[in-house]
Write a protein of this length. Structure first.
Length: 219
């Protein structure tokens, strides 16, 4: 798929698969299919390092922590529960900061690690997306655009609603069949299942109402 095929100014939701270098903590973690790994935040800390907050879900998550600890400069367990936990790692910086600098785009958090790949979702125009992907490739990261969808309506939704909607779409909640359950999505977002359910109902109501106002059949 060529990134620049549609109108350059059009805002789109773009799904990008990024393969991290062999030996990186995230490449190792993503190979554990029994552990759901989601990156909640990622910030540069200077001098070639990054700080990432990560949620791990699965009975063997502590074993995974022990495996990736030697690949980090520092690893702290922030939340320790029976079948899930949250950690913070300090690791060598990847191509994300240069890609973000080159394009002005940044992946929407949280994003998933699975089967050797990060799944990132961006919101931006064609030229910006291309600059982001080329910026990653210039720093040794394999990046491929997998899907392009129209950006959700901006006006009626609050910033928090847009974050929830974007995360739900990226995780496959609106795919058929669904690729993620409501419970698991709630865990990734740090919300109670009932809170997320209510939020999604409100978001869907706002979007349907906006389409009806514009005379568009929501179905």
């Amino acid at each position: 798929m060529k990134v620049g095929q549609d109108t350059p100014d059009a805002m789109r939701c773009v799904t990008v698969h990024v393969k991290q270098p062999v030996g990186s903590w995230c490449r190792v973690a993503s190979a554990h299919r029994d552990i759901a790994t989601s990156v909640l935040s990622c910030l540069p800390s200077g001098k070639g390092w990054m700080i990432e907050t990560v949620h791990l879900q699965g009975a063997g998550w502590r074993d995974l922590v022990a495996e990736i600890r030697p690949l980090t400069r520092r690893l702290d367990v922030l939340d320790d529960q029976l079948a899930e936990g949250t950690i913070r790692v300090v690791v060598p910086a990847c191509g994300l900061p240069p890609g973000a600098t080159a394009s002005g785009l940044h992946p929407t958090f949280p994003f998933d690690l699975d089967d050797g790949k990060d799944t990132w979702q961006l919101v931006g125009g064609a030229a910006e997306t291309q600059a982001f992907v080329l910026g990653l490739r210039a720093h040794g990261m394999s990046a491929e655009v997998m899907a392009v969808q129209p950006d959700p309506p901006r006006g009626p939704l609050t910033a928090r609603q847009r974050v929830i909607l974007t995360a739900a779409r990226a995780a496959g909640y609106y795919d058929y069949p669904r690729r993620i359950t409501l419970s698991r999505l709630a865990g990734r977002l740090g919300l109670a299942k009932s809170t997320l359910s209510e939020a999604l109902v409100r978001i869907e109501s706002v979007i349907i109402g906006a389409k009806q106002t514009r005379g568009v059949d929501p179905l």
